[in-house]
Design a binder for this molecule. Structure first.
Ligand SMILES: O=c1ccn([C@@H]2O[C@H](COP(=O)(O)OP(=O)(O)O[C@H]3O[C@H](CO)[C@H](O)[C@H](O)[C@H]3O)[C@@H](O)[C@H]2O)c(=O)[nH]1
Length: 304
């Protein structure tokens, strides 16, 4: 049995679907603050609870759990700046609570969603590999990194195995354009409604956009990775202006974007070195254009 925390969320629900496709038994733990009931795979068992709950083992039969895939988190970077206590509570104490349940019930493996976009800070060199210095620029980046460190500490103290996946900018179906970020879903949503998207700054800032299905695939492969910290991205750099063009082109949208002042405190250029993931056998299957088409199809139906 595999426990997926945050399994009703954007990335977690795609992981659950892939696990079920591959005949794994899955329990979802989600408190539905940002997760959505509609994302829940009916073949999974669902427990509505908070990762910080000290009596989680009264709700979940941890004796059956062999691996925890820990995706539940406070994921909003800007909210973490406004409310660092809440961010640390969910992302640090929540992670420790999950690790304690694992210790109590001898669960030997955790796969953890970390952030390649947030832990490295402003890159000293590009692409950013796993050995790049850690210099988070937000409480969120720090809380994700502290989660990583606790997981490594539990490995030293109790031998708990881990795979820490540092995602780049993940996009895909079920990323809510009204919720936390996701420039791709925001641009598609606006263009479909014939509104003009806003580009913050000059639009030459770059990101590494990775499709959610490929991230789910990495999590399944990580079931066999032992004590690795791995960047998960495409290794390709795309500017926000380029992204705008690709989406506008797919949608035959002819309006120009509105340029606004740059968003404070965000990095200008970042993309990940993904050689390590490749050496472990993972490569992304879906390129940006194809992924954007998938999101457009999904959003057209979701908006009906
Ligand atoms: O309407 C928008 C939204 C975003 N952007 C720009 O697009 C780029 C990407 O922005 P996102 O908000 O999609 O993502 P971030 O790069 O800010 O990444 C942060 O938000 C992500 C959510 O997808 C992840 O949580 C990630 O770890 C975290 O660093 C940024 O340069 C941003 O300024 C715009 O120009 N217009």
């Amino acid at each position: 049995m595999i426990l997926v925390t945050g399994g009703a969320g954007f990335i977690g629900s795609h992981i659950v679907d892939k696990l079920i496709e591959n005949n794994y038994d899955v329990i979802i733990l989600d408190n539905l603050t940002t997760g959505n009931k509609n994302n829940i795979n009916p073949k999974a068992e669902f427990v509505n609870a908070d990762i910080r709950n000290k009596d989680l083992d009264e709700k979940i039969n941890f004796k059956d759990v062999e691996v925890v895939i820990h995706q539940a988190a406070q994921i909003n970077v800007r909210n973490s700046v406004e409310n660092p206590v809440y961010d640390a509570d969910v992302n640090i104490l929540g992670t420790i609570n999950i690790l304690e349940m694992m210790r109590k019930y001898d669960i030997n493996k955790i796969i953890f969603a970390s952030s390649g976009g947030a832990v490295y800070g402003e890159p000293n060199y590009l692409p950013v590999d796993e050995n790049h210095p850690i210099n988070p620029l937000s409480p969120y980046g720090l809380s994700k990194y502290v989660g990583e460190e606790y997981i490594q500490l539990y490995n030293r103290l109790y031998g708990t195995e881990y795979a820490i996946l540092r995602y780049s900018n993940v996009y895909g179906e079920r990323q809510d354009p009204r919720g936390e970020a996701g420039v791709i879903s925001i641009f598609i949503d606006k263009m479909l409604k014939n509104q003009r998207p806003i580009i913050f700054g000059d639009g030459n800032q770059t990101r590494d956009f990775v499709y959610v299905g490929d991230v789910a695939k990495a999590n399944l492969m990580a079931l066999n990775w032992k004590n690795e910290v791995v960047n998960i991205g495409t290794g390709k750099e795309t500017s926000v202006n380029e992204l705008y063009k690709v989406i506008a082109n797919e949608l035959n949208y002819n309006n120009k974007p509105i340029y606004d002042k740059p968003r404070e405190g965000e990095v200008y250029r970042i993309f990940l070195d993904v050689k390590k993931a490749q050496n472990l056998g993972w490569v992304p299957d879906v390129d940006l254009k194809e992924g954007i088409k998938k999101v457009i199809n999904w959003m057209r139906n979701a908006l009906k």
